[in-house]
Design a protein around this ligand. Structure first.
Ligand code: AMP
Ligand code: TRP
Length: 335
């Protein structure tokens, strides 16, 4: 049997190049490798932790379903589904919550960052705890449930999710020790771009919370060109990969290499003696090619068609998840 692979993306706003190079593009490659049984889903329950406007959330869900399909996820090869379409993740999360020390949840970097981001300023730890919603704290438990329900061994994500996966492994171990082998301990799988940095500030991660540094997958041609031409480079003139002394150029080289498939040393050789302007122009052309092809495909996929595809996938996901939940309930004495 092929190893099982699960991943999800939250419908919390426009998809950016970090999401694409760190996650979605990788999903498609892994799906097409034929090495895994793949499940990909829209993590809409996780998005609730941001208290979104209902209409906006609905629009984001539709948009992300279309994005999955436009990027190349294929319902004939992968099970594509919506997280909230079943109550199994929440049911299992409730069980897992009873194995999770509250202190461990409070220590999660993503939790602390998200709360601070929501409140708009740095707070003391006590203020964070005081003012965060519980959904944000519980987030990694729900994520572990998403993974365990399908027996996933492999979880392709960006490196911001590593801590959550570590917690999932701990939970799997604890549960298995007490009730016998039930859950698979999942491993994160990263791309060569596990942490794409911002175009305007290579010291910060490209993130929806800082739109100024994002290249969005739906940006217009003019925006793509303008963003690369404005992108922060470093002092000196050399086009060389050096994360410490040339973080801006290194980030751009990573993007170039990831989009074009050329190796970084080959790119360095090609741009020896050339200036930043030439390099950025060529990079913009490479990005335009990928993004235009993605955008053209996405325009042809209606929200209704995407919904139909995801509804079909959800039926399959429910069957798999239900089986696991029955097994869990038996083991813990609820059935
Ligand atoms: P999210 O939009 O937070 O659900 O993230 C979707 C996926 O994109 C997750 O696997 C993240 O780890 C990944 N991701 C988000 N930002 C970046 C980034 N700047 N570089 C690489 N991967 C990222
Ligand atoms: N927490 C992930 C993110 O922010 C989304 C997610 C939810 C997820 N459940 C998951 C990813 C299960 C992988 C597996 O990107």
């Amino acid at each position: 049997m092929k190893p099982i692979l699960v991943s999800g993306i939250q419908p919390t706003g426009a998809l950016h190049l970090g999401n694409y190079l760190g996650a979605l593009k990788h999903f498609v490659e892994l799906q097409n490798s034929g090495k895994y049984r793949c499940f990909f889903f829209i993590a809409d329950l996780h998005a609730l932790t941001q208290n979104p406007d209902p209409r906006e959330l609905k629009g984001n869900i539709e948009n992300l379903m279309r994005a999955f399909l436009a990027a190349g996820l294929d319902p004939r090869k992968s099970t594509l589904f919506i997280q909230s379409a079943t109550s199994f993740p929440q049911e299992l999360a409730q069980v897992l919550a009873t194995f999770t020390p509250v202190s461990e949840l409070m220590r999660m970097t993503a939790f602390k960052e998200k709360v601070i981001q929501k409140l708009g300023k740095k707070e003391t730890f006590e203020e964070v705890v005081e003012r965060s919603n519980f959904g944000l704290a519980e987030y990694p438990i729900l994520m572990a449930a998403d993974i365990f329900l399908y027996d996933a061994a492999v979880v392709p994500v960006g490196d911001d999710q590593d801590q959550h996966l570590e917690l999932a492994r701990t939970l799997a171990r604890k549960f298995n020790v007490r009730f016998g082998k039930t859950f698979v301990e999942p491993k994160a799988l990263h791309t060569d771009v596990p942490r794409l940095m911002s175009l305007d500030d290579p010291a910060k991660k490209m993130s929806k919370s800082r739109p100024a540094g994002c290249l969005f997958m739906d940006d217009s041609l003019a925006e793509i060109r303008a963003k690369f031409s404005r992108a922060t480079t470093d002092s000196g003139r050399e086009i060389k990969y050096d994360e410490k002394d040339k973080p801006g150029v290194s980030n751009l080289l990573l993007i170039y290499s990831s989009l074009s498939g050329e190796s970084i040393p080959a790119l360095e050789r090609r741009y020896t003696g050339k200036g930043y302007a030439d390099f950025k122009d060529d990079l913009a052309n490479v990005a335009v090619k990928t993004l235009v092809s993605y955008q053209t495909t996405k325009k042809k996929i209606s929200a209704v068609a995407a919904k139909t595809t995801f509804t079909k996938g959800t039926r399959i996901a429910i069957k798999v998840a239900q089986k696991k939940m029955v097994e869990v309930k038996k083991k813990i004495g609820l059935a």
